[in-house]
Design a binder for this molecule. Sequence first.
Ligand code: ADP
Ligand code: MG
Length: 681
Amino acid sequence: MNYNSSISEIRGVGEKTASLFKKLNIENAGELINFLPRDYDEFSQPVPISEAVPGEICAVDVRVASIPNLKRIRNLTILNVNVADNSGDMQLTFFNMPYLKNTLKRGGSYIFRGRVQAKGLFKSMEQPKVYSYDEYMKLTKKLQPIYSLTKGLSNNAVSKAVRFCLDKYEFPDEYYTEELLSENGLIDYPSAIEEIHFPESRESLINARRRLVYDEFFAFIYNLRKNKNENDNTPNNFKMFETADTVKFIEALPFKLTKGQLKCWGEIKQDISGEYAMNRLIQGDVGSGKTVVALLSLLLTASNNNQGALMAPTEVLAVQHFETVKGYIEKYGIAFKPVLLIGSMTAKQKKEAYERIESGDANLIIGTHALIQEKVKYKSLALVVTDEQHRFGVKQREALAGKGNDPHLLVMSATPIPRTIAIIMYGDLKISIIDELPAKRLPIKNCVVGANYRPTAYKFIAGELSKKRQAYVICPLLEPSENDELENVVDYSEKLRAALPDGTRIKYLHGKLKGAEKNSIMEEFSKGEIDVLVSTTVIEVGINVPNATVMMVENAERFGLAQLHQLRGRVGRGEYQSYCIFISTKNDESTMKRLEILNHSNDGFHIASEDLKLRGPGDIFGIRQSGDFSFVIGDVFTDADVLKKVSADVDRVFADSSGKYDRIKAHFDNGAFNFVDFRSI
Ligand code: ADP
Ligand code: MG
């Protein structure tokens, strides 16, 4: 088998399984072996109930001591079972698994594995996994890969398919030179792929990961350099100067611009009126007010009789920007003629938009990727602004820029990366930093607590709702999956429905919903027609709903601190006191210590660097800073050193003309290198 072999060639993968794999974007063997586990599980020997430690994941080898008792509460079924061994007893609770009532026979022996909870001396587990003794013993030998799954496809099925595929896979010859391999301590690619799926040990897993991170960064930077605009100093085809419009707009705003915003605005004006086209990155923490600065630049463009485009990574965010602009036009009569262009619009709506863009009737075009589609023709595109740019590939950015006659480029990002990394990631962009938040914001109150705090949290949320405020709850997963003890938005919404007062309007949001559906849910939430929004991290990027005052994050231990900080930035945007509740189901010292950083700092830069210090090389998977820059395995924070080294190595490869790097060039020119994104957003 090779990269392009169909996965239906794999034993046991029939039409039905193939269609499930397709849902995960896996259609051929290459994609399957690049579908990396998102975590690993270590199955330790079962312990007696008396030694099961509350807060930890344990396996107990027990007999069923009672006839399972099934209850129904609204849409939820709850099954309680008592189990015992010679050392004690405990209660197990299963949600929405009524069929277990018939499987778990009184007197039968099973191994249950799950997180142990305790009330006083009384121990329990919620939603443990059930194994026969033999099944369990087979698992105890090694680190077990955990894949992101879809309903109907089990972890075991994925694992088996990968095994079959790896045994028959013909890997390409090594492309790096001996020198590069040894300098960077890289193992060969086939071993790395083998070990990443079926690790022999923690150590070999770390080595495998290192090779794959190096490869992923290499592919990225190689393409970055290859596509890099050959003349860095593009002449300024759109020299534009400040007009009365922007001055009036600044005066009309209900707030004064911060010093940081003013400085940044000054730099933009200088760029735009200068000799070369602007290429600028605005970095500013969440809530620092980047949107206003972008709108000022776009207004300057419009009042110079040119067009500006604002590209957002999600439809939700594009629609939000569009609404903001419409609000400003109504209030301040500014000279925007905006048009929205997103994938979920009807063909007729799109056609109308295209016409307005081509005729120049629209001078501000707001949208998503739809902005770079071939059908869109601009009359005179002079400025391109991308919001939360790190979600875009460089190619997309350049495609949009290519639509005009070398327009100015402004990139906004809230990702707190150090300057050295920014230079690698953004090439020759100049950087402006907005380093202060608007004054008069009430600081957000935070708490980091265990799962036993949930009932209190729900009461607290109910209290805020009764004051007509709104709340977010974030879960790491989007739908029930077969081998997971992490919370998912679908089941969690049901749990919340049972816990919050009748009539509470709860909806969920995740990345796999249709675009139009996501937009309408977000719109309902902005209008206050939904009280609690249960969501994956899709809402992490840029959403602004000032009436929301509570952000509760489940399985907070699973997120990088920088990402949690972004999530926190969704509240505290208005006049009301706001609160963040981080629920951690892992109460060990190092997890709590990491999360505590959030309690003490509101500074994204500081948080990200502290997180880095506390995370040893042992934390290899599971926690990511965020999905920024669309890397699947590499992390610009944790792997900053590798990134820097790769950057230097790529320079070396491009500078060399002796031919010794030709294999590398051929490999990465082919572009057949892509991990399958396993993140659940
Ligand atoms: P971000 O930088 O995260 O994109 P936004 O641009 O969405 O932040 O701004 C967050 C909120 O702060 C918005 O409601 C915006 O109107 C408000 N805001 C922006 N600048 C100021 C300022 N100088 N003073 C007070 N509020 C501001
Ligand atoms: Mg923003």
